[in-house]
Design a protein around this ligand. Sequence first.
Ligand SMILES: Nc1ncnc2c1ncn2[C@@H]1O[C@H](COP(=O)(O)OP(=O)(O)OP(=O)(O)O)[C@@H](O)[C@H]1O
Length: 650
Amino acid sequence: MFAATKFTPTPRRLRREKTTISSSSSTEKQPVFVYCRLKPLNNEEPTSCMKVLSSQELAVTQEVKGTKKELCYKFKHIFTSYTTQREIFDHIAYPLLDDLLHGKNGLLFTYGITGSGKTYTLTGEQDNPGIMPRCIDTIFNSIEAHQAPKYILKPDRMNGFEIQTEDDAMQDRFHEVRTGNRTPKTPRRAQEKINFTNDGVSIPLTNEKTLYSVFVTYVEIYNNSVYDLLEECSGVKLQNKILREDSRRNMYVNGVTEVEVKSAQEAFEAFNAGQRRKKMAYTCLNAESSRSHSIFNIRVVQFEQETYDSKGKLVIPETNVITISQLSLVDLAGSERTNRTQNTGVRLKEASSINNSLMTLRTCMEMLRENQRSKANKVVPYRDSKLTYLFKNYFEGDGSVQMIVCINPSVRDLEENLHVLKFAEMSQDVKVIKPEPVPTVVTTKRTIKKPATPARIKMPALSTHINCSQIPLLKLDLCALDECENMINKVYTSLKQCYGTTDKFDKQITVQADEVRRRIVTLDKENILSKEEVQRLQLMGRKLHQKLQRRDAKIAMLEEEKVGQAMKQAELQNVVSNLHNVIDEKDLKLNQNKLDKEKTKQRLAVHSEKMNKELDEKLRRQREHLAASMKAKEIQIQKVREALNAEVIK
Ligand SMILES: Nc1ncnc2c1ncn2[C@@H]1O[C@H](COP(=O)(O)OP(=O)(O)OP(=O)(O)O)[C@@H](O)[C@H]1O
C-alpha cells in the first residue's frame, strides 16, 4: 500500500457528495486464497521435514517423543523451493492486476515466521525482483498509452478523489515545474535509475477509450502505530497517523501522502524513498525494519469518458464516471516465539506487538469462519489491532483476499511453522464477497473560472462615428495586445480629431485620467482590504489546521493510551486470574486437609471403640479369671478350714 494510501479497499472511495450509479450487488462468495511457498534450505541444515505431495498437498513430518507423525496440509497451490519469482507473479499477482485494471480491489499478504522469505516474495532483490516491482511494471506496460494527464485527478484527503479541469491541472503542472519541487507530494528523484522490467508483460484492456491515473501510498504499522513512509517531514521522526472511516465506512489512513505516479520509474522511486525513510526512522528508534508490517498500496482511477476538442485538447466534462480500485501488498512482520529468540527491551516490545496483531488477525479469521458456519453474528474484533482495523473492508466484502504462506522447511523451525500452517489452512474456510467494480459519478471541480471570451473591441469607423463626450470602454484582451494598442491609438487619434489640439481636449483627457486614477486607487484599496481579508482567513485556516493536527495527535495519543491500558488491563486480568487459580488451589488443599482430618478422626474413633471393646473384653476375662481363681482359693480355704476344724474336733 505503500501508496498514497487511502486504504479503503473499496472502489467506492468517493467524496461525500458523489453519487454511486451502481453499487456492488454481488453476493457471490469466494474463499480466501492461500498459497504456500517453500524456501530453499541452506547448507547448515540440509534436511527438510516437509514433502510436497502434489501441487496442493504438503506433508510435514513431526517427531513426538521418538515417534514420527505425518501431518498433511492442503492449499490452493504449493510452490516448491525451485519456483521462480516470475512464476509466483504469473500465478498469483497477474490475476490480481487484471482485477485491479478492471476496477476490482485486492489484498495480498505474505505470512510466515522470521526469515521465511516474505520480503523476498513480495519485494524481492535487485537481481530477482518480487511481486511488487513486477506489478508496477506490468501496470504501466498496460496503461502506457491510456494515462490521464497529471493532476486531473486529485486525492481529496478524505479517501476519495476530485476531478479538476484540464486548465486547473495544467496550473498544477506549471507549479510543479516552476517550483522544481515536484508538488504536491511527489518523491524527489532518486539518483539511481531503476532498470527493471517484467519482460513487457501487460494486461489487455477492455475499453480503449478509458483513461487511467495511478496513485501509490506506503505505510507501515510498528508497535501498533501507523506511519506514513512517503510523508515529507523535516526530521527523521515520523508522525503516528490515525485510522479513519470515510462517509461510506471505508477505512483509510488519515492524512496519508498519496503520490500520483506516471511511470514505473516514479513508482519505484516512491517505494525507495519510503524504504530510505524507514531505515532512518528505525536507526533512530533502535528498531529493526523487519519488525513492522509494511503496506504498499496501488490505487488505479479510471475515467470512462474521453473527449477531445477540435484542437485535440482533453475536455473534462461537468460530470464524469470514474472507477477506483486498489491493490494492497502487505509484508507482515515475522511471527516468532519470544522465548526462542530471548528478546528483551525494545525487541520484546516489538515481538509482543507483532504477536498481538497477528493473534488478532487469527481471532478475526476464526470469528468470521464461526459466523459464516453457524450463521451467528458475533462481533469480529477488527479494532483490537491497527492491522485488522485497516483491512476490515476487505473481509467485509470489498475485495479479494489472498495470502502467501512462506515456509522455511527446516526441522528447527518446525514447531512455529506448524502454527503458521494451521492458521493458513483455517483461513481458507473464510469466504469473502467476490469484488465488483463500482463506477461513480463525480462532478468536476473548477478553480480557474472559464476565461470570459475577451471582448473584441469593435470600433466602428472611429474617425467618423466617435462620440467625443463618451469615450468608448475598451477591454484589455491579453491575447490580442497588438489589436488593443491599435484600437487605443485609433481612439486617441479620433479624439484628437474631434477636439483638436485645444485645451478642451487636454482638459477632457485630464478629467478622464483623474477618473481612471481615482478608480485605480479605489480598486487598490479594495485589493488591500481583500488581501487583508485573505490573510486573516489564511491565518484562521492555519489555526484551524493546527487545532485539527493537535486534536489528531491527541486522538492518536489517547488511542495509544487506550491500547496501553487495554494491555495493562489484560495483564492485570491475567494476574487476577492467576491469583484466583492460586486461591482455588489453596481452597482445594484446605478442603482436602479438612477431609483428611475428618477421616483420621473417624479412623481414631473406630480404633478407640475397638480398643475399648478389646479392653472391656480383657477386663471381663480377667475378672472372670480372678473370680474363678478367688473361688478356687475360697474352696481351698474352705477345705483348709474344714481340715483344721476336723483336726480341732479330733
Ligand atoms: N525462495 C527463496 N529463494 C532464495 N532465497 C530466499 C528465498 N526466500 C527467502 N530467501 C532468502 O532468505 C533470506 C530471508 O528472507 P526474507 O528477508 O524475505 O525473510 P522474511 O520472512 O521477510 O523475514 P522477516 O520476517 O525477518 O522480515 C533473504 O536473504 C532471502 O534472500
